[in-house]
Design a protein around this ligand. Structure first.
Ligand SMILES: Nc1ncnc2c1ncn2[C@@H]1O[C@H](COP(=O)(O)OP(=O)(O)OP(=O)(O)O)[C@@H](O)[C@H]1O
Ligand SMILES: [Mg+2]
Length: 275
C-alpha cells in the first residue's frame, strides 16, 4: 500500500467572451479557499496576466518571474527546468503569466495541448502539497483552453447579461463535448455565474437582476441550462474590483461591501459543492 498524497483537484475558468470576470472570479475563489485553510496553486494562462496582477496586489510588487510556457514543452525532455512557482502567501502559490503565452495560442503543434497535464505532474515542484490548482484562461477557444480542459476536473463560466451570453456558452459547449468524450472523461462543467449585474433585487430570497432587460436574459439562461447550472448572481460592485485586484478577499463595512462578499461567497460555495 502506498501513502501517496492524492493529486490536487484542478478547476479551470472559461467563457469565450472577454471581460466577463474570469480572472476576477478565479482570483476570488482562490482567496476564499485559502481562507478555508486550503492550499492553492494558481496558474495564469492569460497573456494579459490579470490573475498575476491581481495577486501581486496594488502595493506589493513581486519580481517578475515566469517560465509559464515551459508547461507546454515536451514533458519527456530531461534537460527542461522545473517550473517557477512564486510564493504569494503560505496558502497561495502562483505560476505567473505573461505575454509569452500568446505564442502557445498561435502554435499549430498539437502536442502542446496534452503537455500541460503531464508537466503539472512532472515539472511543478511539490505538486501533491496543493489542495487545488486553479487555472485562468484567456477569452476564446485557443490551445491554452484546450490544454486546461484536458487536465481539469471542473470548469465554470462567468457570464454577463449581454445578448451574446447564451451564444457564448454554446460556443464553449461545442469544445467541451468532444474533450469529455475522448480526452478527459472526468471533466465536469460546473455551470455559470452571472457577474457584473448593475442592480440586483431579492425575490423570494433569491437575488435576481432588477432591470427588465437583464431579467429576460437571466430567465433565458436559466431556462436553457437549468437552475442547477446557475452558480449565483454577482453585482457590479466597487468593493469587488478594489479588493480582488489587490489580491485580498472583499472587505468593508458598508452595504455594498457586505452584499459583494455575500454574493461572491455564495458563488464559491455553490461551485465547491460540484467537486
Ligand atoms: N463583480 C464585479 N464588480 C466590479 N467590477 C468587476 C466585477 N467583476 C469583474 N470586474 C472588473 O471588470 C473587469 C473585467 O474583469 P476580468 O478581468 O475579471 O474579466 P475577464 O473575463 O478575465 O477578462 P479577459 O477576457 O480580458 O480575460 C476588470 O476590471 C474587473 O476588475
Ligand atoms: Mg482575464
Amino acid at each position: 500500500m502506498t501513502n501517496e498524497a492524492p493529486f490536487p483537484k484542478v478547476i479551470g475558468v472559461s467563457t469565450p467572451k472577454g471581460g466577463v470576470g474570469k480572472s476576477t472570479t478565479i482570483t476570488g475563489l482562490g482567496l476564499y479557499l485559502s481562507l478555508q485553510g486550503k492550499k492553492v496553486l494558481f496558474i495564469d494562462l492569460d497573456n494579459i496576466a490579470s490573475l498575476t496582477n491581481n495577486l501581486q496586489g496594488a502595493e506589493v510588487r513581486y519580481e517578475h518571474l515566469s517560465n509559464v510556457t515551459h508547461l507546454f514543452k515536451d514533458p519527456e525532455d530531461e534537460q527542461a527546468a522545473p517550473i517557477t512557482v512564486s510564493v504569494i502567501s503560505d496558502n497561495i502559490h502562483l505560476i505567473q503569466g505573461d505575454s509569452s503565452v500568446s505564442e502557445i495560442n498561435r502554435s499549430n503543434d498539437l502536442t502542446i495541448v496534452t503537455a500541460l497535464k503531464d508537466n503539472l505532474h512532472m515539472r511543478v515542484p511539490n505538486i501533491e502539497s496543493y489542495d487545488y490548482i486553479l487555472i485562468d484562461t484567456p477569452a476564446g477557444n485557443g490551445n491554452t483552453l484546450l490544454a486546461t480542459l484536458i487536465c481539469a476536473d471542473l470548469i465554470y463560466s462567468p457570464i454577463d447579461l449581454d445578448h451574446n451570453a447564451i451564444g457564448s456558452l454554446k460556443e464553449l459547449t461545442k469544445v467541451l463535448k468532444p474533450v469529455k468524450r475522448g480526452l478527459n472523461k472526468n471533466l465536469q462543467w460546473g455551470g455559470f455565474v452571472i457577474n457584473r449585474v448593475k442592480t440586483l433585487v431579492s425575490v423570494l430570497g433569491k437575488k435576481v437582476p432588477h432591470s427588465l432587460g437583464d431579467r429576460a436574459i437571466y430567465e433565458s439562461l436559466v431556462t436553457a441550462y437549468g437552475d442547477v447550472a446557475l452558480l449565483g448572481v454577482i453585482g457590479l460592485r466597487d468593493p469587488i474590483k478594489a479588493s480582488i485586484s489587490s489580491g485580498k478577499w472583499i472587505s468593508g463595512k458598508d452595504g455594498s461591501a457586505q452584499d459583494a462578499s455575500f454574493e461572491f461567497e455564495n458563488f464559491c460555495k455553490k461551485l465547491m459543492e460540484k467537486i
